[in-house]
Design a protein around this ligand. Sequence first.
Ligand SMILES: NC(=O)c1ccc[n+]([C@@H]2O[C@H](COP(=O)([O-])OP(=O)(O)OC[C@H]3O[C@@H](n4cnc5c(N)ncnc54)[C@H](O)[C@@H]3O)[C@@H](O)[C@H]2O)c1
Length: 122
Amino acid sequence: MLAARLEDLMKKYKRTSDIKVGVVGYGGAYNMGRVHLQEMQKAGMTPTAVTEIDPARLAAATEDFRGIETYSSLPAMLKKSAVDLVTIINAAQHPRPARASRPEGGAARGLRKADGDQDRGM
Ligand SMILES: NC(=O)c1ccc[n+]([C@@H]2O[C@H](COP(=O)([O-])OP(=O)(O)OC[C@H]3O[C@@H](n4cnc5c(N)ncnc54)[C@H](O)[C@@H]3O)[C@@H](O)[C@H]2O)c1
């Protein structure tokens, strides 16, 4: 599903690096937020924003990705950031932040749950 979504995005963007990516959840247990951002960066995309409810983890994200935007909620991120593709990587037992938010004018954005069960456009 992500590959299909990327194909859609590439119709809009000239280069892979034009795709601004973000994550929701930047936990330290398995560092999956960092891993996902690093993998998207390796694929050529540009890490741009992190949403995390724990301020200490937002600080960690800022150390890992200098200059990255940080937010405490997904609606705030989608309202203010130009991020194009967001991976939801908070733990399974946490509420899914995506259900509460559908940004105005967000039709070109991608939203995916990292476990692959929720890939969908917004
Ligand atoms: N499939 C795999 O191979 C694999 C491997 C490792 C981890 N995982 C899973 O990936 C998930 C994430 O791993 P992790 O190490 O980052 O876990 P973690 O528990 O350390 O981090 C989850 C983070 O999400 C944040 N969070 C919770 N609700 C939020 C919300 N509404 N908005 C923003 N942030 C929110 C928490 O503050 C926490 O920092 C876990 O469920 C883990 O089990 C899967």
